[in-house]
Design a protein. Structure first.
Length: 439
């Protein structure tokens, strides 16, 4: 059967669809995202090299932190620093539910922050502090200058390097603001995890020397400030860099200057907010709480709202782009409505599992992922941000949808009706001219 493809909007120009897709080049193993084969480069070697380097950085940072805190302090710091990590990672992963990125990218981001970025920061900050103390002969001034000027530049640059690596070399997995927020959040959470081990371990060692314990201890005060009050501090800073990269990913490819400037602008903003946060400690307790209440909490709330709003916009993108494929016969008319609702998507997987078993639910989940990638691909093509392989990527995604259509189509149609997103008129009544789809 020959199917005619829908044509995207004329502005900006998008490569034309082929009426007879060449499906013979599709790989046998289904993938959630199209990736061209590169026989000249081994993926295993590439991943092995990257994670080996990160593991070496982890061993070095582990030795440095243990040397500063002692074994007992390191273990105490490790246990306390782990407490906010699952909550932060879970929150960022929740934001990414519409079009989840590959776990290997997120593992890389967390590992980069916890190992590579932390190692660069601890070495650079230590060197800069010693140099300033020697040059000024004033250790207290070196502490203040290092915290407010050197540390924000060094730490945000080190964390941003991991985000930029994924932005440059995993561009197809970096499709917008949500991807930037999630990658930056994982990177900053890893960095904060290692930094908290160091601070909490040192605080515990100080308590051991002076003999304090309980709520009056330095460990308790450090835990309250870093773990209870501000676990989101480092993610908040680095998310600004991620937002810059995400907006750049949505920018038309012909606007090269804007695509280069936006990540740098996000990095500069991250450094500025980080410097403000560190500098508030020099203002005394009241100054710290004033900056915390007047700036940090509202900024965190604003960025949280932005991330959730962007996620909802992704769902609206799905409902706006996929009807063109429904009109061409590739998907049913109810599917865009179901795919643009997280509740309906979950209900479709549950229905498939109850009716046909776990394999059917897995096929529906893959169908949802492919359809989401297809909608975002078409959306980027409209904005002029799609690559030259747009047509080949689109055809492969359509092929994977067609493979799962027999199972996923009825499940998604059922979910759309069960959630009230598509209306089915009762029998034996005349509804001529009535629009069966709710707005």
């Amino acid at each position: 059967m020959t199917h005619s493809f829908p044509r995207p909007a004329p502005q900006p120009p998008v490569p034309a669809y082929r009426s007879d897709p060449a499906f013979d080049a599709v790989p046998e193993r289904a993938r959630h995202r199209y990736r061209p084969r590169r026989l000249w480069r081994s993926r295993v070697v590439r991943l092995g090299t990257v994670f080996t380097l990160l593991a070496l950085c982890g061993l070095v940072i582990l030795a440095l932190v243990r040397e500063q805190t002692g074994t007992e302090g390191f273990l105490v710091g490790l246990g306390l620093a782990m407490l906010p990590v699952p909550l932060l990672l879970g929150a960022f992963r929740w934001l990414d539910r519409v079009d989840p990125g590959p776990w290997r990218n997120l593992i890389f981001a967390f590992s980069w922050g916890a190992c590579a970025a932390a190692l660069v920061a601890i070495i650079a900050n230590t060197f800069a502090h010693r140099w300033i103390a020697t040059a000024t002969a004033d250790p207290s001034a070196a502490d203040t200058l290092g915290a407010t000027v050197i540390a924000p530049v060094v730490e945000e640059s080190a964390k941003a390097a991991g985000v930029l690596l994924l932005f440059l070399f995993r561009r197809r997995d970096f499709g917008g603001i949500v991807d930037g927020v999630v990658v930056a959040g994982f990177t900053a959470t890893g960095f904060a995890f290692t930094e908290n081990i160091l601070y909490l371990g040192n605080a515990f060692g100080e308590d051991q020397e002076i003999g304090t314990s309980g709520f009056a201890s330095v460990t308790a005060a450090t835990f309250f400030v870093r773990i209870v009050m501000s676990p989101f501090a480092h993610p908040l800073f680095t998310v600004l860099t991620g937002i810059g990269c995400g907006i750049a990913a949505l920018t038309a490819r012909r606007k090269r200057v804007r695509r280069a400037v936006l990540p740098l602008l996000g990095l500069v903003l991250a450094m500025g907010v980080h410097a403000l946060w560190n500098g508030s400690a020099a203002l005394g307790p009241w100054g710290f709480y004033a900056v915390y209440g007047a700036f940090m909490v509202p900024a965190f709330g604003l960025l949280t709202w932005l991330a959730i709003w962007t996620r909802q916009r992704e769902l609206r993108t799905i409902s706006g782009e996929l009807p063109a494929y429904a009109a061409a016969g590739w998907i049913s008319p109810a599917e865009p409505l179901a795919l643009s609702s997280m509740r309906a998507r979950g209900l479709a997987r549950s229905y498939a599992a109850r009716s046909f078993g776990p394999s059917a639910a897995r096929a529906v989940g893959e169908y949802e992922s492919f359809a989401t990638s297809l909608a975002f691909l078409r959306h980027r093509a409209r904005r002029g941000a799609a690559g030259p392989d747009f047509a080949a990527r689109e055809q492969e995604l359509l092929y994977h949808l067609w493979q799962r259509k027999e199972v996923a189509g009825p499940a998604l149609t059922y979910a759309a009706r069960a959630t009230g997103r598509v209306w089915t008129p009762p029998p034996h009544r005349d509804y001529a001219g009535y629009n069966p789809y709710r707005s």
